[in-house]
Design a protein around this ligand. Structure first.
Ligand code: PEP
Ligand code: MN
Length: 283
């Protein structure tokens, strides 16, 4: 906690420090229990109803409760499609409602919020927008549950500062998500970012707000994902985020990191065993 002072804890992070850690999605009747380990899985982006159906069925079969998918996509280069937008949101809602799942999707701009809130249950604030304070304000004011991702260059103090903003502005239910940090020796080698698993005890020292880890965007590497998932399950985190697709090689984005549905089943079953040892329940 070298970068977070006592003064920060008392004056700047008051709401983060006093947060109860409750996470509720009231419209889906979901109340996170203290020992719930949330697996938030789904494709990088919504591509079709058929793709989302197959994924949602698998999530349901595994007894999980969340589905993630992007309809607005932040892309590194301008040549990929930027997402199905409202059509994608409609598909997410359709399958989430059919299978009784909680949907999580990223919004990147203020003008996407009102329309998205009719279709989805949890707003994701992506790594790139962690400190977009106008966006935080507009999302915070909706009062909807939020999943806040950490920017790869952000310190814990920066992340918790953004969380404080959301709580200050009216967000009641928040999940923090680590998704890999910029670190020496990670770039141009096998993986993209370094998954900062130490953030789990560091966050737990300060706040009860749930912390999950994204094992897909951190490594960017498909065969790393099962290793990282079991590590996260054993870390004391409150969950993980993972990208899955019925045909990963056909995925329109992030195909190098996406696992197929059989691998997803195997990995979830391992995660359940580890969670069991830690007296946690995978949801
Ligand atoms: C995502 O989860 O779809 C995503 C784009 O992640 P990040 O913001 O962590 O890059
Ligand atoms: Mn992705």
């Amino acid at each position: 906690m070298k970068d977070i002072s006592q003064k920060d804890l008392e004056n700047n992070l008051k709401l983060v420090v006093s947060a109860t850690g409750d996470f509720k999605v009231e419209n889906k009747n979901f109340f996170k229990e203290k020992n719930d380990f949330m697996v938030i899985a789904g494709p990088c982006r919504v591509e079709s109803l058929e793709q989302m159906e197959r994924i949602a069925q698998k999530i349901k079969e595994l007894g999980l409760k969340f589905i993630r998918a992007g309809a607005f996509k932040p892309c590194t280069f301008p040549y990929a499609s930027v997402g199905l937008k409202e059509e994608g949101l409609k598909i997410i809602k359709k399958v989430a409602d059919k299978y009784g799942l909680i949907s999580v999707t990223e919004v990147m701009a203020i003008d996407q919020i009102e329309m998205s809130s009719q279709y989805i249950d949890v707003f994701q604030i992506g790594a790139r927008n962690m400190q977009n304070y106008d966006l935080l304000e507009a999302i915070g004011k909706t009062g909807k549950p939020v999943l806040l991702k950490r920017h790869p260059g952000a310190s814990l103090r920066d992340l918790l500062g953004a969380a404080e903003w959301l709580l200050f502005l009216g967000c009641k239910y928040l999940i923090l998500c680590e998704r890999g940090i910029a670190a020496p020796h990670t770039h141009d080698s096998n993986n993209r970012w370094l998954l900062d698993i130490e953030i789990v005890p560091a966050v737990k020292r300060i706040t009860k707000i749930p912390i999950i880890l994204d094992v897909s965007h951190s490594s960017g590497t498909r065969d790393f994902v099962p290793y990282l998932s079991t590590a996260v399950a054993g870390s004391g985190a409150d969950g993980l985020m993972i990208e899955v697709h019925p045909q990963p090689d056909q995925s329109q984005s992030d195909k190098d990191q996406i696992i197929d549905l059989d691998e997803f089943s195997r990995l979830t079953n391992k995660v359940k065993k580890i969670a069991n040892i830690l007296e946690k329940k995978v949801v």
